[in-house]
Design a protein around this ligand. Structure first.
Ligand code: FMN
Length: 184
């Protein structure tokens, strides 16, 4: 049975809802990065013991939030000892615009995983991009390297798009299946 941790920052709760859906699909533990960009000692221990780590951040000004970047810089301690080498990694982001420069955020999350020598798990779901497609569909935003979610700027967390939450849950299940194969 694999151990998976979803580590994320969320300024206003929207990315947290996505993180919760990924964790539900993966049977994962959640580790929240605080408003100061910190994670607890218990969460660092869980990250170091995990078979897979899923990174999540809202897209702020085209990349991860400063709080996520503070966490990423702090992970250099694990980098020095190669503590996360060969763990599975995956990533997700949520922003207000359908595009919103989410690719910049996802690219950063993958680079972080690459620096640690981790093995990146792609989204693995075809895009729902036909004329009949709607935001209720799985992978309506057409991600491939990771999970993309969009929440209108004036939407509450209760108004988040069901299709994105369903995609997040399915993505978590994919990470779990991959981690279980590796952990045996
Ligand atoms: C400082 C800041 C920068 C933002 N930059 C972007 C952006 O580059 N692209 C975009 O589509 N939305 C942008 N947004 C909107 C957020 O991505 C969006 O509100 C998201 O749902 C916030 O997630 P959270 O509630 O987890 O913080 C920005 C919001 C803030 C506060």
């Amino acid at each position: 049975m694999s151990k998976i941790v979803v580590v994320y920052h969320s300024g206003y709760g929207h990315t947290q809802k996505i993180a919760e859906a990924v964790a539900e699909g993966a049977g994962a533990q959640l580790a929240a990065i605080s408003a100061e960009g910190l994670v607890s000692d218990e969460d660092w221990a869980a990250l170091n013991a995990a078979d897979a780590i899923v990174f999540g951040s809202p897209t702020y000004m085209g990349t991860v939030s400063w709080q996520f970047k503070r966490f990423a810089d702090a992970s250099s301690k694990a980098w020095f000892t190669r503590a996360w080498q060969d763990k599975l990694a995956a990533g997700f982001t949520n922003s207000a615009s359908l595009n919103g420069d989410k690719a910049g955020t996802l690219s950063y999350l993958q680079t972080l995983a690459n620096q640690h020598g981790m093995l990146w798990v792609s989204l693995g779901m075809p895009p729902a991009n036909s004329k009949a497609a709607t935001r209720a569909d799985i992978n309506n935003l057409g991600g491939s390297g990771g999970l993309l979610a969009a929440t209108p700027a004036d939407a509450s967390t209760a108004e988040m798009v069901d299709g994105d939450l369903a995609t997040a849950k399915a993505f978590g299940a994919r990470v779990k299946a991959a981690a279980d194969r590796i952990a045996g």
